[in-house]
Ligand binder design. Structure first.
Ligand SMILES: *[C@@H]1O[C@H](CO)[C@@H](O)[C@H](O)[C@H]1NC(C)=O
Ligand SMILES: *[C@@H]1O[C@H](CO)[C@@H](O)[C@H](O)[C@H]1NC(C)=O
Ligand SMILES: *[C@@H]1O[C@H](CO)[C@@H](O)[C@H](O)[C@H]1NC(C)=O
Length: 479
């Protein structure tokens, strides 16, 4: 879930304008008529990998490890992206940024290359949510200024600040662990007192390249998985008491979720949900938020009754998803976008660092240590197959070989958590993909097993006929 899930919650809607600015991979999964900007649907296209054509469509929805080549985009999307980025780049006060970086290194001079939107290099400098400005010092050291892309449909300033602070807090926390992450040198929020003109995080440039899972050898894959296993083992040593996001740079406090999809507007304030003290509370709160947004026509307006029934059902399914006995109230840090390109590797595929910690959050171990999205067998997963994929099996065995049967168990038993997380907030525009996921979920929990969509819908229409939300939607249709 959350991670993924959280990752999961998401994928929803963007305004038409914002959708247009996204890579095709993203645009495909966006319901453009939706007014709410959920932000999360964005995939970081930095590491574009190749995938079989049957996988292409699938993997776009939840940010799985392969997606289409960004060159397939339509020209309108280019233009919109170019406008957005040109506007962002012109808002950056370069001399102020240079001064700041140089000051932090006691006057060592540095340079920033001319910033210009360039399609050829776009994927090396930006992901869906952030743009990376390289800062090269005269002594050869390179830093990166990570700058959040912004847009009319971006979240309001208070949420943007929360997101930046949370990422910084996460990185600072991890710096004191054995997990390799970029060192943070400085950050600034947007606002009049920030001479750079935009919010930014100044960080170390991690050596190596973004992992491209689909093109490396089996041997190299194993190496990467050993590295991920070591990260899990290390993160397990650092439990938290709450389920949410780190929110204070320099401290280990867990606060509300720093993610667009997990916010609700209680006029006039946009407030983030969480933190929570257990998985049920989290699922209830996030699914009820989706139900409410559906009724307010802010999500799934094209398919509101179907979406409502699905999430109403998911709400009832929570007790089947929450591990019996609960956990011991411990939560562990989870990368929110673990599809693979967040891992930086050297030529032998040893991990040199893990980047892109935006939206990272703590989670119960069933979610925190479930196999990363990048290891799923995309095709089988979307067909509803509930057995683990070959990479997940290798990964679980690696954890066992390292003496961590406890962690391996979360991987062996992880399919249910993946399924539930994917179904919450899934973009129904990928209807075929959803049907496979949803059938797989019902089969794995043994509720409404094997029913096709029409049959299932008839069953739940009866089951939920007195639900006030269903009645509202039915009456609305009549008018
Ligand atoms: C947001 O994106 C749209 C389309 O990409 C663009 O036209 C608009 O200028 C952007 N707004 C801001 C504030 O950057
Ligand atoms: C989860 O936490 C809530 C709020 O603290 C509590 O009411 C509920 O009983 C807990 N549920 C479980 C399954 O532990
Ligand atoms: C990768 O890690 C292995 C095992 O720790 C080590 O033997 C090897 O030299 C490393 N490769 C590089 C390029 O550092």
């Amino acid at each position: 879930m959350v991670a993924i899930k959280i990752a999961s919650l998401a994928m929803l809607a963007f305004t038409a304008a914002f959708a247009a600015a996204q890579p095709v991979a993203d645009a495909e999964k966006i319901q453009v008529s939706e007014p709410r900007n959920m932000g999360d649907a964005t995939i970081d296209p930095r590491a574009i990998t190749t995938c079989t054509s049957s996988e292409k469509k699938k993997c776009t929805n939840k940010g799985l490890a392969c997606y289409k080549d960004a060159d397939a985009y339509d020209p309108k999307a280019h233009e919109a992206e170019k406008r957005e980025l040109s506007q962002l780049l012109s808002a950056i006060n370069i001399p102020a940024l240079i001064d700041r970086a140089s000051h932090l290194r006691q006057g060592v001079r540095c340079q920033i290359p001319p910033l210009q939107y360039d399609r050829a290099t776009r994927s090396s400098v930006m992901g869906g949510m952030n743009y990376h400005v390289p800062i090269t010092f005269d002594d050869g050291i390179i830093w990166i200024a990570r700058i959040r892309r912004f847009n009319a449909s971006s979240p309001p300033a208070n949420l943007r600040d929360h997101i930046i602070k949370s990422e910084v807090a996460t990185l600072m926390f991890l710096q004191n662990t054995k997990v390799l992450v970029p060192k943070v040198y400085d950050f600034a929020l947007e606002g009049p007192s920030n001479p750079v003109g935009v919010g930014f995080i100044l960080m170390e440039k991690i050596p190596g390249k973004s992992l491209r899972w689909s093109i490396i050898s089996a041997e190299q894959k194993k190496n990467v998985m050993k590295g991920i296993a070591d990260v899990f083992i290390e993160l397990q040593k650092h439990p938290f008491d709450l389920f949410g996001c780190l929110d204070k740079p320099g401290a280990a406090d867990v606060g509300s979720f720093a993610r667009e999809s997990l916010t609700e507007t209680v006029q006039p304030i946009l407030s983030a949900i969480g933190p929570f003290s257990n998985l049920s509370e989290y699922h209830e709160s996030s699914i009820k938020l989706i139900l409410k947004l559906i009724l307010q026509e802010e999500m799934y307006s094209q398919q509101s009754l179907d979406a409502y029934l699905i999430h109403r059902f998911l709400l009832d399914l929570i007790p089947h998803v929450v591990p019996p006995g609960g956990n011991e109230g411990k939560f562990y840090l989870k990368h929110a976008d673990d599809k693979g390109d967040h891992i930086m590797v050297d030529d032998s595929c040893n991990i040199t660092g893990i980047i892109d910690w935006e939206w990272a959050h703590t989670a119960p171990p069933e979610l925190a240590f479930n196999s990363p999205m990048g290891l799923l067998s995309v095709g089988d997963f979307y067909k509803g197959d509930n057995s683990l994929g070959e990479h997940e099996v290798v990964f679980a065995r690696i954890l066992e070989e390292k003496g961590h049967e406890d962690l391996a168990k979360y991987v062996w038993n992880g399919r249910l958590q993946h399924r539930f997380a994917f179904c919450c907030g899934y973009d129904l525009a990928d209807w075929d993909g959803f049907l496979g996921l949803f059938l797989g979920l019902r089969n794995v929990v043994g509720v409404d097993e094997r029913l096709g969509w029409d049959e299932w819908k008839a069953v739940v229409m009866e089951r939920y006929k007195d639900d006030p939300g269903v009645q509202t939607l039915l009456n609305g249709d009549d008018q």
